[in-house]
Design a protein around this ligand. Sequence first.
Ligand code: ZN
Length: 132
Amino acid sequence: MLYKYKLHTPVEDFIPITAQVKGAIAESNVKDGICVVYCPHTTAGITINENADPDVVKDLLLAYKKAFPDLPEFKHCEGNSSAHAKASAIGSSVSVIIHEGNPLLGMWQGIFFCEFDGPRERAFYVNISGND
Ligand code: ZN
C-alpha cells in the first residue's frame, strides 16, 4: 500500500515524520512486514536519527554544513549544489521493519524528512508490505 504526504518546509531542517509513518502502518493493518519511506526530491532526503534531544538535529545540520560547504567552483546553474550533495549523502529513503503493527525503531530513534534547500512544497511516500 502506498501513502503520500505533503509538507511545507523551512529553509533547512530535519522535520519529524514518525507520526505519519505510524499512521500509515496503522491504516494499512499490516502487523509484520516492511515499510519504505521515500523522498522524490534531489535536495532533500530521509533519515533515521535521535528524536529525544533537539540539539542532535541542530548538530547534524551544522555537521552537514561543514562537510558540504558552498564552493565557488560549483558549476550547477541553480546555485544549490551543496544541497544536492547533502541530499545524496543522506539518501532518498529508509526501510523500517514493521513488528506487531509498529515501526521497529530504537528508543531514541525517529524518522526525519531532511530539507536542505527550502522553503519548498515537498512530498514523501510510505510504501508498506507485509501480513495482517
Ligand atoms: Zn539544483
